[in-house]
Design a protein around this ligand. Structure first.
Ligand SMILES: Cc1cc2nc3c(=O)[nH]c(=O)nc-3n(C[C@H](O)[C@H](O)[C@H](O)COP(=O)(O)O)c2cc1C
Length: 266
């Protein structure tokens, strides 16, 4: 063993290598964090635009997202009162409108309510009090389109998506599920453009104001009097289909976006 190959020397070299590596890993992680955050927001905004029928994969690229997204006004809706809250009111609740993380809020007892078994038809466990919604308005401040975050349990996990409605707060402009655990070729067909196209023009509410839209098991009959409220189920994926039907019932109903949409309609 040479003079340099002592146990102490080996340990010092190993320690130095560890320190250098951890500094490199930590600084890379810090440097990447802001770009990861930016990409996350870009992705979310792209999904919102896609649900609203504004982002077209064949025409647009991710680089177009920031400019396209500028047409949206972002609001925070209080699901208890069915009205939008101002930035100042949000601040009173300790919420920064720009940084509000709805998924985190749904787990926070101060910002969400636990749902009983009979209330929890979408299988979400807790429902946040405030929801971030996205509006496209015309010059006279009339709402032309609204995009709402929706979620609910499918077969293997929670499906997260956005539902866009026309300015009548009733006609579906588009839908998309950007995150789910359903099986490719079965439940994951919720992402199939052909299936999503069926939703466009369908109506959520019956004349009496009840949620009438249903995702059927099997194909809808286009000649049925209820055809405007009916969506074909996904074949071989009855459980995912039921999950989507349940989450529409929940989020469009009185316990979630129903009161807000009522107010906006009137
Ligand atoms: C490996 C595997 C993956 C499956 N994935 C899904 C799925 O993502 N969504 C779904 O609804 N059903 C899925 N199914 C099928 C369901 O178990 C069930 O058979 C199906 O929803 C049809 O229900 P039905 O027989 O009552 O019509 C899967 C089955 C298998 C074996």
């Amino acid at each position: 063993m040479s003079k340099k190959e002592t146990v102490k020397h080996t340990l010092v070299v190993a320690l130095l290598v560890c320190i250098v590596c951890s500094v490199v890993v930590a600084s890379t992680s810090v440097a990447l964090k802001s770009s990861q955050q930016r990409n996350k927001v870009l992705d979310r905004n792209k999904n919102i635009l896609a649900a609203a029928g504004i982002f077209d994969e064949s025409k647009h690229s991710k680089a177009d997202v920031p400019a396209l997204f500028e047409q949206f006004t972002v609001k925070l809706a209080d699901l208890e009162t069915g009205r939008f809250i101002s930035e100042a009111e949000a601040a009173e609740q300790g919420i920064d409108l720009q940084l509000y993380d709805q998924r985190k809020a749904a787990k926070d007892p101060a910002l969400s309510v636990a749902l009983s078994k009979s209330e929890d038809i979408a299988g979400i466990g807790r429902r946040e009090r405030f929801a971030r919604v996205y509006l496209v308005t015309s010059n006279d401040e009339r709402i032309d389109r609204i995009v709402l975050p929706i979620r609910g349990y499918g077969l293997w996990g929670t499906l997260y998506g956005f539902l866009a409605l026309e300015g009548d707060m009733n006609t579906v402009a588009g839908i998309g599920f950007h995150e789910h655990k359903e099986t490719p070729g079965l439940g994951a067909e919720v992402d199939n453009p052909d299936w999503k196209a069926i939703w466009e023009g369908k109506e959520i509410y019956a004349a009496d104001g009840d949620v009438a839209l249903e995702v059927l098991k099997g194909a809808a009959n286009p000649n049925s009097a209820n055809a405007v409220h009916q969506i074909d189920g996904l074949s071989g994926a009855t459980l995912t289909t039921r999950g989507v039907d349940n989450l529409i019932q929940y989020w469009m109903g009185d316990a979630a976006f129903g009161p807000l949409l009522d107010k906006l309609r009137s």
